[in-house]
Ligand binder design. Structure first.
Ligand code: NAD
Length: 564
């Protein structure tokens, strides 16, 4: 239906120090939901779509209105239940319990596929929550930029002396997440060529400073990129072309980049990925008229796309999959048994961090005041004087990352404990809570995170690909993560199916803690920022990773069967 009138009035999260809910925890939920649907933050908020194909913040505009009304009425000792983007119940619990509990897109094992999902979605019974879309934790492309930057920095460390200067990275997809790629490459001093079928998406990345130029002409892109690389200058260009066609065009021309990856929405062959041979408008029309043909053509293009990546790898490039399940898709639907001949980015670059409970967490200033985030930047730098890479990141972010919606910051901290047994994340949160209490920060800060974190996700083609003990598909861990974070008193807790790799391919959980300067917030922060990264440590210790076992020993994390 038509967008809700109150959503049109809001145009993003309310800001300032006056609240319309009965407490800051409820207000934080209301502001974060509207921040997801801010036209500057979400990709297509008119249809409630936040990012990642069809990742939605609420099931329908009626459901959005109902969630807003519930949040306004919710008492400090009540808990609202949201099932796939629709409010379904409200119970008296207690003040220390979560204010909102969310479950999105979950299906019982045998029914857990796109076919059943789309049937139920058409009946209005379920919604695709992606990861941070349905859990109201999306903060725009700025949310992924550090992860993309760190992944490319880890790649540069491993292969090129820590810098991408003079190197060309080829990728696809300039959507909500993929749009971070050109800036992450240029922040590492490299050159990026990105294929994108939707010209409007390229324009959006250029307007927000994530990408430098656009072209329709592949020769032009290769020429400019090669020249910039030869001069060691950072450069990025969005090419208005289908990614599969671009890779074949590069192979035909004998052009071999240094690095090849992709972030088109390949996890969803119907509503995320575009088949070759159609403009966006023509493809959108085909999807409406004849979804079966669309899916077949989309998967055919994906098969060519993966073949292109493998051929470019054979020609000498470093290839990795960037978490969109493009390998899984063509292995399953086009019987390409060699699709997994290039690695996923987690086993290649991220898992050692997960073993120490390190992952991307983020915080947003509910005041809407950028000064509040600058104050938190100073606090991180003060608290961790020894972390040079973190300082470099904060400097780069301040210089080059524009705020979208509520001012926010992302940073990777882990479990490592100090003399008082406080984890890095807990120390950070407690410091911010003090700054709010002292009035140095104008309004509460909400701390949340991606579902892609150390101990919160089971995803055999991504976060848990190639686990040491073959436990890739065991989904008890994200469920324990969500239950434990409820027990620890997080303010919003959610569990989703699907996310970045599609229905049936992952389960994952997320949480929010509102730092309003109170003793209650300090108590919650101390617990949640121990249990949450702690899940990463025990999950990887259980799988037999030495880094995790060492971290558990150093920080006195109880891992029962290891202690015996
Ligand atoms: P999005 O839907 O906002 O954007 C995808 C973009 O790809 C769109 O702009 C679309 O026009 C373009 N596209 C689709 N098919 C194409 C093709 N064949 N050629 C060229 N362009 C094409 O999605 P997003 O939020 O940017 O996420 C992209 C993918 O990355 C998703 O599969 C998502 O699940 C995954 N993802 C990975 C990570 C990670 O950490 N690695 C994080 C989030 C999302």
């Amino acid at each position: 239906g038509d967008p809700s009138a109150q959503w049109r009035d809001y145009q993003g999260a309310p800001t300032g120090t006056d609240i319309e809910c009965k407490g800051w925890r409820q207000e934080a939920a209301l502001r974060m939901l509207n921040n997801n649907l801010d036209p500057d933050v979400g990709e297509n908020p008119e249809e409630l779509v936040v990012y990642g194909g069809t990742g939605r913040a609420a099931r329908s505009w009626d459901a959005y209105d109902a969630i807003m009304a519930e949040l306004r009425e919710l008492d400090d000792d009540e808990t609202l239940l949201v099932q796939s983007g629709k409010p379904v119940g409200r119970f008296t619990t207690h003040e220390r319990a979560p204010r909102v509990l969310i479950a999105n897109s979950n299906l019982v094992g045998k029914w857990d596929d796109w076919e059943h999902f789309h049937e139920l979605e058409a009946k209005g019974l379920i919604m695709y929550g992606q990861m941070t879309a349905g859990s109201w934790a999306y903060i725009g492309t700025q949310g992924i930029i550090q992860g993309t930057y760190e992944t490319l920095a880890a790649l540069a460390d491993e292969h090129y002396d820590g810098d991408l200067s003079g190197k060309i990275v080829v990728t696809g997809g300039l959507g909500g997440m993929g749009g971070a790629q050109p800036l992450a490459v240029t922040m590492n001093h490299g050159v990026c060529i990105a294929a994108e079928v939707d010209e409007g998406r390229i324009d959006r990345r250029i307007e927000t400073g994530y990408c430098m130029e656009k072209t329709d002409d592949l020769d032009d892109a290769i020429e400019k990129a090669t020249e910039a690389a030869e001069n060691g200058e950072p450069y990025s260009v969005g090419v208005h072309i289908n990614a599969a066609d671009m890779l074949e065009g590069m192979l035909d021309r004998g052009f071999v980049p240094d690095v090849i990856t992709d972030q088109t929405s390949a996890h969803d062959e119907l509503e995320g990925y575009y088949p070759s041979g159609y403009s966006v408008e023509e493809a959108d029309h085909l999807r409406e008229e004849d979804p079966e043909t669309y899916v077949e053509e989309s998967l055919d293009t994906m098969a060519r796309h993966v073949r292109g990546i493998l051929d470019i790898q054979d020609a000498g490039a470093i290839a990795f999959e960037y978490g969109n399940n493009i390998r899984g898709q063509v292995k399953e639907h086009r019987d390409m048994q060699h699709a997994f001949d290039f690695p996923g980015f987690v086993p290649a670059y991220i898992r050692p961090l997960f073993c120490q409970g390190k992952g991307p967490f983020r915080w947003a200033a509910l005041s809407g005041n950028p000064e509040d985030i600058h104050r938190t930047d100073e606090a991180v730098v003060d608290l961790f004087p020894e972390k040079e890479q973190l300082h470099r990141w904060i400097d780069l972010a301040q210089e080059q990352v524009e705020f979208q919606g509520l001012p926010s910051r992302v940073c990777w901290l882990g479990y490592a404990t100090d003399d008082d047994g406080l984890t890095e994340r807990a120390r950070f949160a407690l410091r911010i809570n003090e700054l709010v209490a002292d009035g140095e920060i104008e309004a509460p800060i909400v701390v949340t995170r991606d579902h892609l974190d150390a101990g919160s996700v089971a995803s055999p083609n991504r976060e848990t690909e190639a686990m040491r003990d073959d436990s890739d598909a065991i989904a008890d861990w994200p469920i324990l993560n969500a239950l434990l974070n409820c027990a620890a008193g997080a303010d919003i807790v959610s569990v989703h199916d699907g996310g970045g790799v599609g229905i049936g391919n992952a389960l994952h959980a997320n949480n929010h803690v509102v730092l309003d300067g109170s003793e209650l917030a300090a108590e919650k922060a101390r617990r949640v920022f121990t249990t949450d990264p702690g899940m990463g440590v025990i999950r990887h210790a259980d799988a037999g990773y030495d880094e995790a076992i060492e971290q558990a020993e150093k920080s006195n994390v109880a891992v029962p069967m290891r202690d015996r």
